[in-house]
Ligand binder design. Structure first.
Ligand code: TXE
Length: 480
């Protein structure tokens, strides 16, 4: 069982502690690898390497930086099968999903910012008083990137790529639950010619390594994706140190389905927005509100299609739901099904640990679950569950469903299904979420601002938002 290594100063190294943590394969419930149990000593070494590399990297001409990031993108594509297999084994998601979504998107993230950096310009302002202003947007220095377990390489690269493109050096920590593809990325970066120290990856626990990154005086910006509670903890540490913060946190996303929607297209997409990646995507639509005239038909069809979903071995081609990421998370999700019953909910399908035969008999699988009969403001409908569990509820009026949709402490994403253009724009304008999809879900243009409001986070990723986050703006005003 070869242990994973930290990637510091271009070298794969053991943790100073010499200690390792077990990494589990969620689909078998077995330990399959070892993770460095790093601590602040490893973070200090990584930050020192990043600091040393910064002068060189930040003065590397844009075209050269671009070529190296393009090479990383190309090597991710070249290693698609190996990375997809690693992702599926590490996270429990279907191999097919890793192959078609996670890994291709990681390649796109690097490609997008490798090309974007060539066009990232700033602005100039002329003054009639006889002065000219110009704005410099220069790299910050050493930045910290901390990412979660649900879309490991996809979200890890979504932070790393713009940070590097903007000319920063990075100290990164992937989730200790799914470190494998970040480890494989280390080798790809070396092969792509990324200079030593530009990217450093320190593996380990959040409250040790993540905390050390957040605290380190030389790391002056933190980009984080994960749970809201963790985001609050990071903010408490970083705020008095005046660090720039980008926080992409949890969600409790509503789907608003009006009777005039394109029914077949809606139903097909709602199956994905409910259960893709075992419901472990911060953008999944876990609260489904259906206009009363089609509620009974939708309920019948949705339950029927959900019962047919194949929960199984993630390596099998026809598997649609794999394992959830950990035993602890499986128990957390199942505890919410029990809560829902206590709150008066009626489980229409699912609700239990799924049994999968063969090599996966001890894996952590959950049946896709639909619950009805709850109030919009009960805990089940207010708290993020982050598993293959959705609630459905009828509504009669637009203002009623908007009240339901906007009622949670979260504000990340919504989906609206209607063929009425005026209503689509009106409802989208009233929804308190950073992202609104109309007649689609997870259709992503990387140029758009990505993120949420309320407890779903602070700041936006994507497009120029990320490049501006990872640079410091300086305005120079020259009088002539
Ligand atoms: O995230 P955590 P987890 C939600 C989902 C999930 C909950 C917790 O509800 O159940 O968050 O998931 C690092 N200082 N989302 O446990 O704990 C940690 O090591 C610095 C939504 O995975 O937030 C990991 O690398 N870092 C989310 C990263 O933070 C710390 C996707 C995320 O861990 C830290 C995933 C600390 N004190 C979960 N504690 C989304 N919006 O996509 C932990 N970490």
């Amino acid at each position: 069982m070869t242990p994973i290594a930290n990637y510091i100063n271009g070298q794969l190294v053991a943790p100073v502690s010499g200690q390792y943590i077990d990494i589990y394969n969620p689909s078998t419930g077995e330990v399959y690898a070892k993770l460095p149990d790093s601590d602040e000593r490893d973070v200090n070494r990584a930050t020192e390497a990043a600091q040393k590399a910064f002068a060189g990297w930040s003065s590397t001409p844009a075209e050269k930086r671009s070529k190296i990031l393009l090479k990383i993108s190309a090597l991710i594509e070249k290693n698609l099968d190996k990375l997809a297999m690693a992702e599926s084994v590490d996270n429990g998601k279907p191999l097919k999903l890793a192959k078609t979504v996670d890994i291709p998107r990681a390649a796109s993230n690097f490609y997008f910012y490798a090309t974007g950096l060539m066009h990232f310009a700033s602005e100039s302002h002329y003054m009639e008083e006889g002065a000219i202003n110009y704005t410099l947007r220069k790299p910050i220095g050493v930045v910290g990137c901390i990412s979660p377990w649900n879309l490991p390489l996809y979200l890890f690269s979504w932070k790393i790529a713009p940070a590097l493109a903007a000319g920063n050096c990075v100290v990164a920590k992937p989730s200790e639950i799914t470190p494998m593809t970040a480890f494989l990325l280390s080798e790809i970066c070396t092969e792509a010619g990324l200079p030593p120290g530009v990217l450093n990856i320190v593996h380990g626990l959040g409250n040790k390594v993540g905390q050390a990154i957040t605290e380190h005086p030389l790391i002056t910006a933190i980009s984080f994706t994960g749970g809201t509670l963790t985001g609050a903890s990071i903010a408490r540490t970083a705020a008095p140190l005046f660090k720039k913060l980008s926080l992409e946190l949890g969600g409790k996303n509503p789907a608003l389905i009006f009777a005039d929607c394109n029914y077949e297209k809606m139903l097909k997409t709602v199956m994905l927005s409910s259960f893709a990646n075992q419901g472990q995507i911060c953008l999944c639509g876990s609260r489904i509100f259906v206009e009363r005239p089609i509620y009974e038909k939708f309920k019948k069809d949705f339950v029927e299609k959900t019962k047919k979903l194949k929960v199984g071995d993630p390596l099998e081609e026809d598997t649609q739901l794999g394992a959830v990421v950990s035993e602890q998370h499986m128990n957390k999700v199942l505890s919410y099904v029990e809560l829902a019953k206590q709150e008066g909910g009626n489980v229409l399908t699912g609700g239990k640990r799924a049994t999968v035969s063969g090599r996966c008999k001890n894996g952590w699988f959950i049946e896709p679950t639909i619950i009805e009969g709850l109030s919009f403001d009960c805990r089940t409908n207010q708290e993020e569950i982050f598993g293959p569990v959705v609630t459905i509820m009828p509504f009669d009026k637009e203002e009623e469903v908007l009240q339901y949709a906007n009622s949670t402490p979260y504000g990340l994403a919504s989906t609206v299904w209607t063929e009425n253009l005026t209503r689509a724009h009106r409802v989208a304008g009233e929804l308190k979420t950073g992202i609104v999809w109309v007649n689609c879900w997870l259709l992503r243009d990387l140029r758009t601002p990505f993120g949420g409001m309320k407890n779903s986070g602070v700041g936006r990723e994507g497009g120029w938002e990320a490049m501006r986050f990872f640079t410091e703006a300086k305005n120079v005003c020259i009088k002539y």
